[in-house]
Design a protein around this ligand. Structure first.
Ligand code: HEC
Length: 197
């Protein structure tokens, strides 16, 4: 398998495909525009991380609000307790692996660390269309993909239809998930996924 940079259009259409309601911005190394403050918090991602990751963030946390936000923004891809779908890792025991700053980092910069298990592969097909998702199995005849439309029953792509395959540098998890949300909201969401503390 070879790697090269994901073409913007492919990545953008995949973002749209996988998360139609979300805003997904594709970054490519070396050409990042200066970071704009997010509308909900009026802060850049780094400022949100520094503020909420500090000892006294000055926010009002509501775990109930965090639960609502989790259901709206995250449960389409993650399981937490018994709510959600498993496209991404199960978050139930997240607090045993992640501190607050790690969670913020994952939410604000989803593509910084992508574990192999969840890496997205983009297939260019012989008819000029694309298919993408996490490869869960492959044999001599087909590759089986899991993506937002094919969760329970993986999508088989016949080997003969595959023109090219590229590993995406963009996470399935979209950027900008909390861009419209206030600091209180973001802190509440993090408190919820870290176990309601
Ligand atoms: C479109 C699917 C999707 C949505 C929506 C989504 N995620 Fe993710 N998330 C993923 C995938 C896939 C991964 C694993 C790959 C990666 O790290 O990028 C992941 C990784 C994570 C991780 C790292 C977990 C670990 O064990 O490494 C955290 C934390 C996380 N997501 C939290 C959230 C939260 C909180 C939300 C809601 C604000 C959310 N995600 C929304 C798909 C999604």
């Amino acid at each position: 398998m070879h790697r090269h940079r994901t073409p913007f259009l492919v990545a953008a259409s995949i973002g749209a495909l996988l998360f139609t309601a979300g805003m997904s911005t594709v970054r490519s190394a070396g050409q990042d525009p200066p970071e704009e403050p997010m509308p909900g918090s009026k802060m850049t991602r780094q400022q949100v991380l520094d503020t909420l990751g500090s000892d006294k963030p000055g926010t009002t946390v509501s775990v109930e609000r965090g639960r609502q936000l989790y259901e709206d923004l995250c449960s389409s891809c993650h399981i937490f307790g018994d709510v959600g779908t498993s496209v991404g890792p199960d978050l139930t025991t997240l607090s045993s692996r992640f501190g607050k700053r790690d969670v913020l980092d994952s939410i604000l910069w989803p593509s910084r660390t992508i574990s192999d298990q969840y890496a997205v592969t983009i297939f260019e097909l012989t008819d000029g269309t694309y298919a993408s998702g996490v490869v869960i199995r492959e044999d001599a005849r087909a590759v089986y993909l899991k993506n937002a439309e094919h969760l329970d029953r993986p999508l088989p792509i016949a080997v003969g239809r595959i023109q090219d395959r590229t590993e995406s540098t963009v996470s399935l998890m979209p950027e900008g998930l909390v861009a419209e949300h206030s600091l209180d909201d973001i802190d509440s969401l993090v408190a919820y996924v870290l176990g309601g503390k």
